[in-house]
Design a protein around this ligand. Structure first.
Ligand code: HXC
Length: 277
């Protein structure tokens, strides 16, 4: 069953249709552009209309097909309407990238119930709303599909200062693994990508606003650089594509080695050359 995927190439995104949440800016916009480059139609969801329209104009000027649909992923009815609009426009939906996120740094003891709820609602409930709206259609139509959820390595390491985001991303990883097993029989694959610090306006403003904070983040990455949105987008496309047709329930970490730590017994790697032989 569903083995018509065999032998396919990455370029087989041609003719497919995907939804990308948070698709107007940052990683989401890069993903939408990459999917369109590979021949897929993309529907971009986001709260603000202008960035979505700009993204659609970019895709169309490059000869691709895209649809902007303003929607807050926290609102199941709005998500349902977005998936319906995508289907009406492109005649199909083959999958989804849950990229929409909310985050800010706050000591947990200062985090209000509403602050906790805002982030968990966007990241975890939003991902479930979108995933179930897309998957219900795939199951109804007996068609295979793929979902990629954008998480962070702190889903399993934890991260002081963003307990809401870390807990919500952990929930997304667990949801991914659970649904990968539950929906394997329908040919629906679900995977996560865990990018390290990525050069975008949104995360940058929220998490490393000053040059000092930026330096501190860079010093935690063995590769000593941020990920580009293009790198993250390429891997997301790979996980949607038939190249990964036997891959489900996994997390692909692309963090320049950050989550492995940059030190050995407290010695910065730059100092190792000076170590006694
Ligand atoms: C403390 C804060 C706060 C802050 C908001 N709140 N910002 N508390 N410090 N800096 C509190 C508010 O006071 C309020 O609680 C509650 O959170 C909801 O705030 P609203 O502004 O009403 O919510 P909303 O308009 O829904 O905005 C959601 C948001 C916002 C998450 C707060 O920041 C947002 O939409 N961000 C989206 C973009 C984003 O953050 N992208 C970066 C993702 S990076 P009270 O109690 O006052 O009512 C990422 C991964 C990074 O996720 C991984 C790096 C490796």
């Amino acid at each position: 069953m569903h083995n018509h995927y065999r032998g396919a190439t990455l370029e087989s995104l041609t003719g497919r249709a995907y939804l990308v949440t948070g698709g107007g800016t940052g990683i989401g916009a890069a993903v939408a552009l990459r999917l369109a480059e590979l021949g897929a139609s993309v529907t971009v969801l986001g709260r603000r209309k202008e960035p979505l329209d700009e993204l659609v104009a970019k895709v169309e000027s490059a000869g691709g097909a895209a649809l902007a649909h303003p929607a807050d992923v926290r609102d199941p009815a709005a998500v349902e309407a977005a998936v319906e609009a995508a289907e009406a426009r492109f005649g199909r939906v083959d999958g989804l990238v849950n990229n929409a996120a909310g985050n800010f740094v706050a000591p947990a003891e200062n985090l209000s119930a509403n602050g906790w709820r805002a982030v968990v609602d966007i990241v975890l409930n939003g991902a479930f709303n979108c995933t179930s709206a897309v998957a219900r259609r795939l199951i109804r139509d007996g068609r295979p599909g793929a979902v990629v959820n954008v998480v962070a390595t702190y889903a399993w390491t934890g991260h002081p200062g963003t307990v809401h985001s870390a807990a919500a991303k952990a929930g997304v990883v667990s949801m991914t693994k659970t649904l990968a097993v539950e929906w394997a029989r329908y040919g629906i694959r679900l995977n996560c990508i865990a990018p390290g610090p990525t050069e975008t306006d949104g995360a940058g403003a929220a998490l490393w606003a000053s040059p000092e904070e930026r330096e501190r983040v860079l010093s935690s990455v063995p590769m000593r650089r941020f990920a580009s949105t293009t790198e993250v987008a390429g891997l997301t496309a790979l996980l949607l594509s038939d190249r990964t047709s036997y891959v489900t329930g996994t997390v692909l970490t692309a963090d320049g080695g950050q989550s492995l730590g940059g030190q050995i017994y407290g010695t910065p790697v730059e100092e190792l050359a000076k170590a006694r032989r």
